[in-house]
Design a protein around this ligand. Structure first.
Ligand code: ATP
Length: 352
């Protein structure tokens, strides 16, 4: 049943020209001047941070002679539609001004374009730039991007990455045909993402996730899932499938995970119950997970998770699929604009 799930989207699309797994970074690493930018802005994520975007746009225009078009999204799904319908050759970079959820939408829009591009419309996929304006900005942290602020020097640093930064090929994950950049999760974190109060999130930011975690622990501590990793099945309380090594901000569950590698790191939280959930949360937030004898991280190319049908699967902090789910690495890469030294270039094992 699960093998039929890859109907469309990331997984079944053919590779972009020159974006195969064995490709070196050489093709993308030469800094190039980019002048035409389309910025997709989530005004909800950046409501209090619109000044930061204005400062970055001003720096792009005045310091780098760029032509910038900003399009504000009107609701969920809009960013994906804009990315999907981008006119080939119309822009040098597609920039997301928002958080990981809006980036995720754009990635999925670009993924569809990638398939079209492989059909001959477009020789090189448009690179993705990021102005981090979200709550957690996990992908921006993983890429080592400068923090956006209204301060002129900080805005110039962000603009410089967009105009002059290197382009790196990032291997995406795919959950039931939907792409994710950083991580997918089933269990407690997915339930929290699904039910978190978005108005509270806008008011108190990450604190809303803490509140929702307590609610979920009180309501539903004992769901079990079966995780099959490259043919081996185990039973768990939660699973996180990592592409990047940061999780939920700057926590680390999978120290070996690298965006540039075509590999998943499957984090298994096996023990059930409320007490163990609290223990795992402490392990993640205190950086102590690697000392837990029951916690395991398994590298894999393909993972299947089953459990209560319809349970949420979160990807990059939004619900991207429902159980049962099959998770794999996309057979192509997404070009992403980065500064000179991305965090994920730090040797594996640090930071956890
Ligand atoms: N104009 C809009 N109105 C309402 N929701 C939107 C709009 N544009 C995008 N969205 C949705 O808002 C959700 C959250 O946005 P986003 O991820 O950009 O910010 P965030 O959640 O604050 O940041 P992060 O994911 O980094 O914590 C996304 O799922 C996206 O689909």
């Amino acid at each position: 049943m699960v093998s039929t799930i890859f109907r469309h989207g990331c997984e079944t699309l053919p590779a972009w020209p020159g974006s195969g797994r064995s490709e070196s970074l050489r093709d993308y690493s030469e800094p190039q001047a980019r002048r035409r930018f389309l910025v997709i802005h989530n005004p909800v994520a950046g409501a209090r941070r619109a000044r930061r975007l204005r400062a970055v746009v001003a720096a792009l225009e005045t310091d780098f002679g760029a032509a910038v078009t900003v399009r504000a999204t009107t609701g969920p799904g809009d960013a994906e539609g804009i990315a999907r319908s981008l006119v080939p050759g119309a822009t040098d970079a597609l920039v997301v001004a928002g958080g990981d959820g809006t980036i995720n939408e754009v990635i999925n829009g670009l993924a569809t374009r990638g398939g079209l591009a492989a059909g001959g419309e477009e020789a090189v996929p448009v690179p993705l730039g990021i102005v981090p304006l979200g709550t957690a900005n996990v992908l921006a942290g993983e890429l080592g991007l400068p923090v956006a602020s209204a301060d002129a020097a900080a805005a110039r640093a962000v603009a410089e990455v967009l105009a002059r930064g290197a382009v790196r090929p990032v291997h995406l994950g795919v959950a039931n045909g939907r792409c994710f950049a950083m991580m997918a999760g089933v269990g407690l974190d997915a339930r929290v993402v699904e039910t978190v109060d978005t108005r509270l999130k806008r008011l108190i930011g990450k604190g809303a996730y803490v509140v929702e975690t307590l609610v979920q622990l009180a309501l539903r501590p004992d769901v079990r899932y079966r995780v099959t990793v490259d043919g081996l099945t185990s039973e768990v309380a939660s699973v996180i499938v990592a592409k990047g090594h940061f999780y939920g901000g700057r926590f680390v569950c999978a120290p070996e995970a690298r965006l540039e590698e075509p590999l998943l790191q499957v984090c298994l939280f096996p023990r059930p119950g409320r007490w163990n959930a609290v223990r795992y949360i402490w392990g993640v937030t205190a950086g102590r997970l690697r000392h837990f004898p029951d916690y395991r991280v398994v590298p894999a190319e393909r993972v299947v998770v089953t459990g209560p049908p319809g349970d949420a699967v979160q990807g990059d902090g939004d619900v991207v699929a429902r159980l049962p789910v099959e998770i794999a690495v996309a057979p192509w890469t997404l070009p992403v604009l980065v500064g000179p030294v991305p965090v994920s270039a730090v040797p594996a094992g640090q930071g956890g």
